[in-house]
Structures are given as C-alpha cells and as structure tokens.
Design a protein around this ligand. Structure first.
Ligand SMILES: Cc1cc2nc3c(=O)[nH]c(=O)nc-3n(C[C@H](O)[C@H](O)[C@H](O)COP(=O)(O)OP(=O)(O)OC[C@H]3O[C@@H](n4cnc5c(N)ncnc54)[C@H](O)[C@@H]3O)c2cc1C
Length: 393
C-alpha cells in the first residue's frame, strides 16, 4: 500500500479528532461520574472503543487496524480523557501493551495476537513494574527459564493496568538474573496460561474505573514462540515503548486539564458573588488565563513529540541522538505537572462545590495525579531529560 502523504495524514487525524470528540461527548462523558463512583471496569466502554477502532489504532490495515500513528494515538487519548480519565487509561494501557509486538514482533506473532485484538476485541496490558522494582525497573526479578518448548515464569508484577480485564499481557522478565538490563526479555503471555493468576484489584485515589492488579506467575508455562525479540533484548524494547507512549500520557493529561478548564469557564460565568459573576473578577481571569496557557503549551509539546516519533525513529540510539527520548519525557512531565496544577485550580475556582462529588472537578484532580507517577515518575522524566542534555554538553 502506498505511503500516505503528510497532508493526507493531517486530514485523517483532523477527521479522527472530530469523530472521537463526538463519541466522547455523546457516549463517554455521561458515564464518567458513574464509572468513578462504581470503581468498576467499564466493559461497555471497552466494547465501544473496540467497535470504533480505538483499540487497534496503530495496527496496520492488513491486520484490521486503523493504520494510525502516535499522533492519532495521542488524539484518541486526549479526547477520551477530556470526558473520562479512567476510560482513556484503558485505551492507553492496551496500546502500550501492544507496542513491543509492534516494534519487535515477528509476522507470525503479529498475525496471531493482532487477530485476537481486531476480531475478538482482546484487551492488552503492559507488565513491567514489580513490588521491589518500580523506578528502578532494571532490578526486576521475575524469572523465565527455558524448559523444552516452554519458558517457566516465576515472580510477581504489580500495578498492571487492565490487569484483570486483559487477555494479553506483555511481561518483562529476567532470563539472566543479576545482569540487570542485559538479562531482560519480554514475552506475550495469554490470560489462559497455566500458572498465571490475577491478584486483587487495587482501590485507588483516581482513575477508579481503571483495573489495576498484580499478576502472579508460578511456573507459568509460556510457549517459547511467545518471546518477543531476542533473549536479553527486552530492556531496549521497554525503553523504546516508553519513548513512544509518553506523549500519549501527556495527551491524556492535556485532555483531563482541558475538561477542567471548560467546566470552570462555564461555572465562573454563571456563579455570582458580590453582585457579579466570578469570571468578572480580574483575580479569577488571571487564574483562567494561566490555566489555559499551561494546557496550550502542554498540547504543543505533546504533538511535537508525537510528530517526531511518527518519523518512525524506532531505534534507541537514533531516538536518543535526535532527542526524541528527551522530548517524550518533556511532553509527559510538563503536561502532567500542568494538569495537576490546572485541575487543583479548577477545584479552587468552584470553592466549596469543587470539593463535592456532585461536581466533576475533584474527579479530574484525582485522575490527573497519577499522570505524574506512571510511565516513569516525573522525577525519572527529569532524569531522562537531564541525561540527554548532559550527554551533549
Ligand atoms: C494507577 C497506576 C497504574 C499503573 N500502571 C502500570 C502498568 O500498567 N504497568 C506497569 O508496569 N506499571 C504501572 N504502574 C506503575 C508505575 O509505573 C510505578 O508506580 C512508577 O514507575 C513508580 O514506581 P514505584 O511506585 O515503585 O515508586 P518508587 O520507584 O519507589 O519511587 C518512589 C518515589 O521516589 C522517587 N524516585 C525514585 N527513584 C528516584 C531517583 N532516581 N531520583 C529521584 N527520585 C526518585 C519517585 O519519583 C517517587 O516519587 C502504575 C502505577 C499506578 C499508580
């Protein structure tokens, strides 16, 4: 199939944004408060997103996907997050779970697993973090040992988004314990694998509809055909995945923050104190202006990083040389810090009502918080940015 021109891609992404906005406003927004209150995984949203193609956005058309790029992925993340953070997180974790396959999977693996996504609406998840290996992911100690036609996996993953809901898990293990990055390998693990159990569902501050669980491996038998890339190549795949996905976390943060701004604009033009609308006070106007500036700057950074990534620079050295890793980290870090400030100000501008569950601002603030923590905390993003800067100094 011929490559799409830049103009065609822009037009396609513009149309995609319009259609996602429509789905978000007509179908997702009305469920957001219920999803948060129930704290249960929204299967209706999963089905809706599968039907709309959001769960196969980056799969090629040959595999039943949208043939989209990172920009398209960010657009979906942003517009769904505008309406509901938990729902956008389902899409994010799923797509991140498929990225290692996208980058390093064989055609046979892609066909086998993508078919489950496109036809059976299988959900995916990304399992890197362990109880003793969070920011220091290279210290993970879930092991995989080859025995005949199977690798036997032993260990525990935690904080796995879509943990209980997913059918396919991208699991990072060590095949050479003690060798840190050099020993890490990655497997696609199917839910029905003997020896895999799903841990309890975590109760969370925000993103309460998102499903967060442990995965426990006890001599879990994973066919050797499910190794993605080569033994010892997992760390590179993990880092490239994070470079690709961080702009989308930034986009999620932008969506949540924009939702908060739009709600507050409406509220402050209606609420009257001291005989005038809140929005007529200059002190309030300055807050609104600061909120809007932060979100607009975040959006620019997110889509700049996405555009660079769309040049298909999926090699770690190249990513680093042209600064994509730095820009991805900046987009995630800046946008999530901004979303936290903006949503906190949104609560403030509603006064006491901002603190009530009757209004969406407090949910947005709770949902925004985790964007500063996952996919590498914002301290780790700053470390990535500084490392890149100092390498060139
Ligand atoms: C809701 C939710 C969903 C998640 N989803 C997933 C998922 O789908 N898959 C997955 O693999 N993981 C997931 N995570 C895990 C997440 O990526 C980790 O929580 C995160 O990387 C931080 O690790 P940690 O919690 O162990 O904190 P720690 O690493 O213990 O860090 C604690 C604090 O110390 C700081 N810190 C650590 N090291 C440094 C350093 N070198 N310099 C300065 N500060 C430092 C951190 O920034 C943080 O503030 C999720 C987490 C949450 C809360």
């Amino acid at each position: 199939m011929a490559e799409m021109s830049l103009e065609m891609k822009e037009e396609r992404n513009h149309l995609l944004r319009e259609s996602v906005k429509k789905i978000a406003s007509t179908k997702v927004a009305k469920r957001a408060a219920e999803i948060d209150a129930a704290g249960a995984f929204p299967w209706d949203m999963a089905e809706l997103f599968a039907q709309q193609g959001y769960l196969s956005v980056m799969l090629s058309e040959g595999y039943g996907g949208m043939d989209g790029d990172i920009t398209a992925f960010c657009i979906i993340a942003e517009e769904i997050a505008y309406a509901c953070g938990s729902s956008s997180l389902m899409i994010l974790a799923h797509s991140v779970g498929l990225m290692p396959l996208m980058m390093a999977g064989t055609e046979e693996q892609k066909k086998r697993f993508y078919e489950r996504v496109a036809k059976d609406h299988a959900l995916a998840a990304f399992a890197l973090t362990e109880p003793e290996a969070g920011s220091d992911a290279a210290s993970l100690n879930t092991t995989a040992v080859l025995e005949g036609d199977y690798y036997l996996l032993n260990g525990r993953k935690c904080f796995v988004t879509n943990g209980g809901a997913a059918d396919l898990y991208t699991v990072f293990v060590t095949t050479r314990p003690g060798e840190r990055t050099k020993g890490i390998s990655v497997f696609m693990v199917e839910k029905e694998t003997a020896g895999l159990t799903i841990g309890k569902r975590e109760e969370k501050l925000g993103m309460r509809g998102s499903d967060t669980t442990d995965l426990i491996f006890e001599n879990a038998m994973v066919p050797k055909e499910n190794l993605i890339g080569k033994e010892g190549g997992g760390w590179e795949i993990a880092m490239m995945t994070l470079n690709l996905s961080r702009p989308a976390i930034g986009a999620q943060a932008v969506g949540i923050a924009q939702g908060a701004i739009d709600f507050v604009l409406d509220y402050t033009t209606k609420r009257v104190q001291f005989g005038q609308k809140l929005a007529d006070f200059q002190g309030v106007q300055f807050m609104l202006a600061d909120m809007a500036m932060q979100v607009e700057a975040s959006r620019a950074l997110v889509y700049k990083a996405a555009t660079l990534l769309d040049q298909k620079v999926y090699e770690r050295d190249r990513m680093s040389a042209i600064g994509v890793d730095k820009l991805s980290a900046m987009a995630k870090c800046f946008a999530s810090d901004a979303a936290m400030r903006v949503t906190t100000d949104a609560v403030q501008l509603l006064g006491g009502y901002g603190y009530l569950r009757d209004y969406p601002a407090e949910r947005m603030m709770r949902d925004a918080k985790v964007t500063q923590i996952f996919e590498g905390s914002n301290q780790i993003q700053r470390a990535v940015i500084a490392r890149n800067l100092l390498r060139k100094a």
